[in-house]
Ligand binder design. Sequence first.
Ligand SMILES: Nc1ncnc2c1ncn2[C@@H]1O[C@H](COP(=O)(O)OP(=O)(O)O)[C@@H](O)[C@H]1O
Ligand SMILES: [Mg+2]
Length: 1038
Amino acid sequence: MRISFLPTHNYFLSVLQGCHHRQVDIVRLVMESALTARDRVGVQDFVLLENYNSEAAFIENLRRRFRENLVYTYIGSVLVSVNPYKELEIYSKQQMERYRGVSFYEISPHIYALSDNTYRAMRTERKDQCILISGESGAGKTEASKKILLYYAVTCPANDHMAALGDRLLQSNPVLEAFGNAKTLRNDNSSRFGKYMDVQFDFRGAPVGGHILNYLLEKSRVVHQNHGERNFHIFYQLLEGGDDDLLHRLDLDRNPQNYKYLVKGNCPRVSSISDKNNWKTVMKALSVIGFSDEEVQKLLNIIASVLHLGNTHFGEGEEGETHITTETQIRNLEKLLGVDGSALREALTHKKLTAKGEEMISPLNFEQAMSARDALAKAMYGRTFTWLVEKINQSLALKVNSKGSSVIGLLDIYGFEVLQHNSFEQFCINYCNEKLQQLFIELTLRSEQEEYETEGIAWETVKYFDNKIICDLIEEKHKGIISILDEECLRPGETCDISFLEKLEGTLGGHPHFVTHKLANGKTRRVMSREEFRLLHYAGEVNYNVNGFMDKNNDLLNRNLKEVMCQSDNQILNHCFRREEVIDQKRPEMAATQFKNSLMKLMEILMSKEPSYVRCIKPNDAKQPGRFDEVLVRHQVKYLGLMENLRVRRAGFAYRRRFEAFLQRYKPLCPDTWPNWHGKLADGVSTLVNHLGYKAEEYKLGRSKIFIRFPKTLFTTEDALELMLSLSKPCLNGSHWLSFLIVIGYLCVVIVIQSGWRGMKGRRRAKKRREAAELIRRFIKGFIYRHEEYCPENAYFLDHVRYSFLMKLSKNLPKNVLDRNWPTPPPSLVEASEHLQRLHLQNMVMKYCRRIQPEWKKQPSEIFKDQKDSYPQGVGSCFGLQTWCVSYGVSVVKYDRRGFKPRPRQLLLTNTYAVLVDRTKIKQRIDYNALRGISVSSLSDGMFVLHMPNEDNKQKGDAVLHCNHVIEVVTKLAMMASKIDHVNINPGRVSSTLTVFCLSCSTYHLILSLFSPVWRAVLSLLWLGARRESLISSGAQS
Ligand SMILES: Nc1ncnc2c1ncn2[C@@H]1O[C@H](COP(=O)(O)OP(=O)(O)O)[C@@H](O)[C@H]1O
Ligand SMILES: [Mg+2]
């Protein structure tokens, strides 16, 4: 039993948990049950291999999966892909949909999973990504890169413009393959150049642009092919697919055997390739990308010219001079390239030299003329290929300035190559692979280390082979092989490939990764020729034959040939051979140095991006489906550094997963986490693993992930889960009816509870919605009727408006008397608002007054006393009133003692005295001590009289007052002044009333004014008598 993240399980679990799988998902998952059973062959991720140090176990796992057509397996986040050499039905649009947005580990490994993951990482982390595809020739790199591109073209959001761009991106492949791929012994469609392609995405994740960088086209193939190999496809496609008119115009013959550059490998046709169909595809692709008819024509002129150049032969004269024997070819070249025939003839047989500022023409011998011709053919083809890439780049270039765009880079570059005879090309290719390996180790280790750091888990140092020593051996300045080669090419005097080898021996002898025949021990000598040097690459030993190294590095083209090309009227050649190059005496960089520099740039590009890896493996050399050659695979596993990679990945913990994913999968195994864990995820995982009995050394909890050290622990957990779920299996195979019924019964109960609960929740939600809708309706209606009288239609709205106003007002009341701001009231609250404003103002005034303390009086006295005339009045008016503690106040009418004129006054009662106030002015102060009595009549009038001693000059005599609340006032006053016994209520008779009252003169006048003139006369008499009596009695007493 092995770890597998099976949709069937997920489905079962999710049914138990009540997750809502869409109907289609359910159908899909059930249908896929057969596939998922197959998925469980071996381990889907090598990190789960128990014996992860064993190469045999690694290969066995690959083999088992390959047998089941499971061509993809992970090493952590690295995808290992084995070339199936047959069409598998796993690349359909439905499959793309299946992998969209799904986490890497939830589903069987696939190139689409990696593509999707990279894409999502780019979008969520807003960081540029790159996918590095490596593997040996024929392992499936180019196919993988095409599948990734197709995935993006199909699944990314796109408008018409973007779809057109996607088309151009895809169409660039057949064009580049036609001009840059060839049939080799290892691969019928082998890319003979390295390709790095950037796909730019805008902020919405739609593809908006692209850019291609090409590396080191194998130009030597234009003039020579090994047995069983072909030249670049385009030559054969043109001859096979081009119509008669075209071939006639190009002076070409349909038979490839007639062209020297096409017969060297003796393999004009390949069964797996249809040149005719591919020709059509290429022509269509050229027009989609945006090549004009004229450009295509010029391009084909160059291709045809290369073939004519190959058929150009030389003869040797009697005196050793060389001449051209095939005039037709020169005429064809003259016509197709628009060059001067005689100049071309001369340039092919002579060499122009500049010595001490003078130009000299020197004839070439036969061999020299042949290599000048071949050099021209290679240069023409190589530069045209570069032009082609530039042209494609123009078509893919970002047309609009897309802000926030991100990039996914795809690197499809030649894999490590070990042929029987390895030359300069293999040296460059393998150097490139050393650099990529260095980058891979660095980035993998770095990302591992970063993950440990973010999760807060201690990093354990990993031992690995650092191939920097080999990179240095090749590229180091002055001491490296490339520098030595350059030096030897530039050194004056007799230099040759052997002198280069000797120089290497002299400089690098003793280096642990460098051996030559001379330096080797006896055993190694036997397998090395004297013209070879051996490099001990990280992936294995490779012998390089130095023959041709100097020439290939020089990559020289005679200056007069360049001049002829500059004068061509073919715009492409014009673009490729610049006049400045001929004028410039400076020697261009050597080929190896150029390659080294372009690799440095590539490394910089890749380092700035987040990498993902696809490691391609070729199962057999015969390109046959179903054959797994263990020796061949072992070799690739070794030089791809897969075991190394696995060791790094397994250095600490074999398995890591986010808490939620782990808990989701294994929660049925613990009663505390089943069916749902409501606490923190980390606590849930901790509870779960404790319940499962994990030992402390077996796992660690990071910040968001659980790290499990041994696969064994995980397999045991997985087995426990399988066991638990085994109840479901009998259901499927028809046995154990009891178990079946139990499960069904359980599901039914779950479903009933769920549906009841959901129904209740649904009803609640519906009720809420209904109420909300009703409220909105009422509000809108109210708004429409808002100008009408208060009625049921607008009641809610107007109430709401009032309520809102009052609430707003309560929060925005002016804070002081000077603040005149006041929220604008709605029409229905204008009056109330005014009242409130006034009340609030009064309230503020009152509060202000209360806060004034008697001590404050001291301050003005210190400042103004005896300094300012108005001080006495000022203190009184400003502070006098406020110092009282007024307990009661009421409006009264006071009658003057003379003339009985009514005057409106305020009667204010304090603790010790009463005052009569006219607005802020105190008119009369009545000390309670001095108050002799209070008189009222027994009738229902509002009159009352406060009796004051006549002799006290400070008091102004009796106060005759009228108030509508006489009972209240008198009671209050009597209580406050403690004069309850001094309240006289005189019965109805006026005379006695007046007698007892002992009215003062003023009182008497007042009362008189209240009666008619007749009564007044009577009253006067009575009053005078009474007064006299009282005087007599008081005198007797004294
Ligand atoms: N995933 C695949 N499915 C089917 N055939 C494949 C697959 N990958 C590669 N091939 C076959 O292998 C051949 C070589 O693949 P290619 O990608 O050109 O190799 P490389 O670029 O590594 O040299 C292809 O032409 C194709 O026939
Ligand atoms: Mg390829």
